[in-house]
Ligand binder design. Structure first.
Ligand code: PLP
Length: 300
């Protein structure tokens, strides 16, 4: 089904060498899912794969989903839809007199856009399964915000099995928590998963991850070693602070890896602080997932 979407898989695993890491006595690797494809960024592809296969199996050729005006998820979906010849509809939060560059791309790729109020947007979050949308209003295959669905976890699991070095801790930024849930579900016993929340959502995100794991019938998820660090959202979703920008500029210049300020920048800032402060046992081998997200970067 995906021949028209050439992807570079498996994605590379690169070691980050730095005096900070050395003196903490740990190892840090980056799983470069940002390099899978120039448009379809990392975790968004991983999450979409099995949802699209499921839609195909059900004979559905129209995919409907939701997201904000800078949504990496809608961006990936619109592009994939165009490449694979699927009709797509995006339900976008808010009304935009001046469309964002992301919205312009969505239109260019043929996604039908419908703008919904914040209240309606919140309502849409209750629809979790592919045929949950009110009949009569929409006809198609529904993908919840951020791909929040057990099928998305399967795609994330594939990246875990690509990692060909021994590791102890896997780290990811969190928006809906779907990616983290996928890592937890797929990680070998004895490993630990750590998420960094990109938004101010203390208990909420933890509940979402727990629920998704339960839905996937992974009792393992309940006892698995995982947690979410809520200390590095920098004021909330898509909010930025000078020290975050400062760190990103330094990291990008020193380690030659582009970051985005919404997700991967915050994760690495937080991870770097934890490493510096000795919060990981000596000898820990850490794999941080670069989830992509660079499309919104220069344009948000
Ligand atoms: C969407 C996104 C996330 C958040 O993923 P969830 O599975 O929703 O937690 C993280 N990083 C990037 C770059 C993203 O685009």
């Amino acid at each position: 089904m995906f021949e028209k979407l050439p992807l570079s898989l498996p994605s590379p695993l690169t070691k980050i060498n730095d005096p900070v890491i050395d003196s903490a006595g740990v190892e840090l690797w980056l799983k470069r899912d940002d390099l899978i494809h120039p448009v379809v960024s990392g975790n968004k592809w991983r999450k979409l794969k099995y949802l699209l296969l499921d839609a195909q199996q059900k004979g559905q050729t129209h995919i409907i989903s939701m997201g904000g005006p800078y949504s990496n998820h809608l961006h990936a979906l619109a592009y994939v839809g165009k490449q694979l010849g699927l009709a797509t509809t995006g339900l976008v939060r808010g009304f935009h007199r001046q469309p964002s560059a992301t919205l312009v791309d969505l239109k260019t790729w043929g996604m039908t856009l419908e703008f919904v109020s914040r209240e309606e947007f919140r309502q849409l979050r209750q629809y979790r399964h592919w045929d949950d949308l009110p009949a009569g209003q929409y006809q198609g295959y529904w993908v919840p915000e951020g791909g929040y669905n057990p099928l998305a976890l399967k795609g994330i699991g594939e990246l875990v099995s690509e990692i060909d070095t021994a590791w102890d801790i896997i780290v990811t930024p969190c928006g809906t928590g779907t990616t983290l849930a996928g890592l937890i579900a797929a990680m070998p016993t004895g490993c630990r998963a750590l998420g960094f929340s990109a938004l101010k959502a203390d208990g909420y995100l933890d509940r979402e991850v727990t629920e998704l794991l339960a839905e996937t019938l992974l009792e393992k998820g309940v006892i698995a070693d995982w947690s979410i660090n809520h200390d590095y959202h920098f004021g909330g979703f898509a909010r930025q602070q000078p020290e975050l920008n400062h760190f990103m500029t330094w990291f990008e210049g020193t380690h030659r890896v582009s970051l985005d300020p919404v997700y991967t920048g915050k994760m690495l800032y937080g991870l770097w602080e934890m490493i510096k402060n000795g919060q990981f046992a000596k000898g820990s081998r850490i794999v941080a997932l670069h989830t992509g997200g660079l499309q919104g970067r220069s344009r948000a």
